[in-house]
Design a protein around this ligand. Structure first.
Ligand code: COA
Length: 286
């Protein structure tokens, strides 16, 4: 579900909370990061969304811009977060067109299911390069703007590295690194007035990851008895960028209805680990 005007009409936030501010979002055409961008734009910010796919990124920018009269959303398409120079150009374009960057969401991610036995070294490197190196590159490319504007950065992490989730070891390793990166940046950049936090979404309905990873009805396993919504992530994002979180840095905000506290959710119905191990089959064949 996209974020609509109801987000501000029914929500606790002042409609012009981010007026005059600019948010730079990698992965901004994807489901979760698009929701975060939409919420920021609805609350007064202008935005730049960064993506590899030209058509998808341009289309998303035009659509997000419609959410608020006068909003400007720049599409930095054809940008690969694995390439810091490509990101530097996106930052340059954003500053040229929107004047500044105050907030950064490092959300671009790559994922696929693969068991260790069938995960090539290049496949592992690809995901770590997008998720972890891409997050580093984003912080690096935006640093001067963050310093100038005493800005704030938010990394989109996960909870799957809190325990050993099979077929996701590449993503888990990358996201563990993202958490470490954010924590260290909070300490190093705190004296410059820059805040750094992570948001760790749980089972968010309507996302590619949810559709790919979830099988069966697992709602009852979530202590809050429902799946998450894109809006839940957007609300936490607004909080972490708002003045209400002025003293909040170096944190990992888990938004998952407490499901990770329940422990590993994997059952034979969702991840047939034992079948894979016994047959030595790549998971794509099941
Ligand atoms: N299982 C195992 N290995 C896989 C794989 C899968 N499903 N998909 C890709 N790989 C491997 C490739 O075989 C290749 O390794 P190799 O050279 O040893 O053969 C390596 O990963 C790189 O693949 P490639 O397709 O060249 O990378 P890319 O940079 O074009 O794309 C992704 C990488 C992650 C973006 C791509 O796999 C993808 O589109 N994933 C689904 C979309 C997605 O990630 N959305 C974000 C959701 S959070």
């Amino acid at each position: 579900m996209p974020i609509t005007r109801e987000f501000i009409e029914n929500g606790p936030w002042k409609p012009d909370l981010f007026r005059g501010k600019v948010v730079f979002v990698t992965g901004g055409a994807g489901t979760i990061c698009r929701g975060q961008t939409e919420a920021m734009v609805l609350l007064g910010a202008n935005a730049a969304i960064v993506g590899r796919n030209v058509e998808k990124t341009e289309k998303a920018a035009r659509e997000i811009e419609q959410l608020r009269s006068g909003a400007k959303v720049v599409a930095c398409s054809g940008t690969d977060v694995r390439d810091v120079h490509s990101l530097a150009k996106a930052v340059e374009k954003t500053v040229q067109e929107l004047g500044r960057i105050d907030f950064v969401i490092a959300g671009a991610a790559g994922n696929f299911l693969s068991d260790f036995n069938h995960l090539s070294s290049n496949a592992f490197k690809t995901v770590v390069s997008i998720d972890l190196l891409g997050s580093y590159n984003t912080a690096k490319a935006c640093f001067e703007q963050l310093r100038k504007n005493k800005g704030s950065i938010l990394f989109v992490s996960a909870t799957l590295h809190y325990y050993g989730i099979p077929f996701q070891l590449h993503v888990g390793a990358a996201k563990a690194g993202v958490d470490a990166l954010s924590n260290a940046l909070a300490v190093e950049l705190g004296p410059l007035g820059i805040r750094s936090n992570c948001i760790a979404p749980g089972w968010i309905e309507g996302t590619e990851g949810f559709d790919r990873l979830m099988g069966g009805n697992l709602k009852r396993k979530v202590p809050l008895q429902r799946y998450g919504k894109v809006e839940d992530i957007a609300q936490s994002t607004i909080y972490l960028f708002s003045p209400a979180a002025d003293y909040v840095t170096g944190t990992i905000q888990v938004v998952d209805g407490a499901v990770w506290h329940v422990g590993s959710f994997i059952g034979d119905d969702v991840y047939p680990v034992r079948i894979i191990a016994a047959n030595n089959e790549p998971i794509g064949k099941l």
